[in-house]
Design a binder for this molecule. Sequence first.
Ligand SMILES: Cc1cc2nc3c(=O)[nH]c(=O)nc-3n(C[C@H](O)[C@H](O)[C@H](O)COP(=O)(O)OP(=O)(O)OC[C@H]3O[C@@H](n4cnc5c(N)ncnc54)[C@H](O)[C@@H]3O)c2cc1C
Length: 391
Amino acid sequence: MRRVSQIKQTEKKRNIRENLRNLRETILRETKMENTIQKNYIIVGQGLAGTMLAQTFIKQGKTVLVIDEPGLSKASKIAAGLYNPVVFKRLVKSWMADELIAFMDDFYFGSEKLLGTNFYFKKQIVRLFAEEQEKTLWLKKTNEDVGKYLSKTIEDDFLSDLIYNPLGSAEVIDAGNLDTRLFLDAFRNYFREQNNLLEEKFDYDQLIISKNSVTYKNYTADKIIFCEGYKTTENPYFSWLPFKLTKGEIITIKLLGDTEVGFDKVINKGVFILPVGDNTYKVGATYEWTNLTDLPTEKGKTELIDKLQKVLKVPFKIIDHQAGIRPTVIDRRPIIGLHPKHSAMAVFNGMGTKGVMLAPYFAKHFFDFLEKNIPLDKEVNIVRFGATFKL
Ligand SMILES: Cc1cc2nc3c(=O)[nH]c(=O)nc-3n(C[C@H](O)[C@H](O)[C@H](O)COP(=O)(O)OP(=O)(O)OC[C@H]3O[C@@H](n4cnc5c(N)ncnc54)[C@H](O)[C@@H]3O)c2cc1C
């Protein structure tokens, strides 16, 4: 008997506490409502993911507030921005290549037109063969589905004055790069001009979450979407997601000697060499699963120089060296969807090594889910990790 009354008392106390908390939130919300600015979405993070999501929503007539402190993660800013529909290791199409490539042109060319800046470039990737079997496999694959991305002929002396190329080379046709720095800066200015940007570190303590809306400082929105790259591992609402982060380092070089000599295609063998103009090239990248800081290291630099010297015959000097952390997930797929407990809160992340190809397509895919109830692809849906989340 005594035990029953004790349980009832504890329950009563819990109810009182709950009611007080709700009351506090209502008062806070209503006080704020007086000068509040209403948006459809708050997007935290203006890397590749947040930028493309925000622009997709704006294009569809939604209002957004982007909150970003650029110093927190460098991945998008330093990325080479390459896109390549072919996985060289097995010579197969990369995941969803056809769908993603078809979507990219529309998004990036449209953005260039909107912002009056050129940042999206088509460039063939020249694959230098490392062994005879690779050459045989390439020719065989030109007759398969991946073949539409592969040149049909082998070139024997591509740039033989400049590079070591004893076994010949072939080209990936539908490839290129996004100048991510230009792209992000142009969109940052655009968001700023439209009063859609708050340049600060997001403060989780200032967030009030309700069933159908969120309030952050003097903004309210239907939903908040976190696009914080690897920093999501420090987000109190999403730190349970199973990231397996990958650090990457990249150097920028200038070829020395004859300035007339150079090339305008991307070269790949062990490393990529991406021409960025003015006899300057980006060379990368390393993959490292420990020492997860965005500081460049001597080890990373040495690895890149060693690989580069196996390809380049001409001298060069290093003019820049950067590192960043890729938001890679254990199953190497994006993570998209609503928080399991708070439906006004969502995540758009896990672009891993391929933000340039994945983000435009999946931004629209996420929009269709949120606004048109079209189900999310199972491979990217956050619910696949539901069991990891503890209420
Ligand atoms: C060396 C290297 C080379 C790469 N090369 C390529 C390539 O060639 N092609 C390709 O497609 N991909 C490449 N990538 C991968 C690519 O960089 C990622 O896929 C992409 O940048 C992920 O973008 P993101 O927006 O999810 O994350 P991030 O780039 O990490 O952006 C997150 C943004 O949110 C901000 N932020 C985070 N937390 C908060 C907070 N609490 N408050 C406010 N702001 C916050 C950060 O400062 C940052 O601006 C490369 C990565 C590296 C490291």
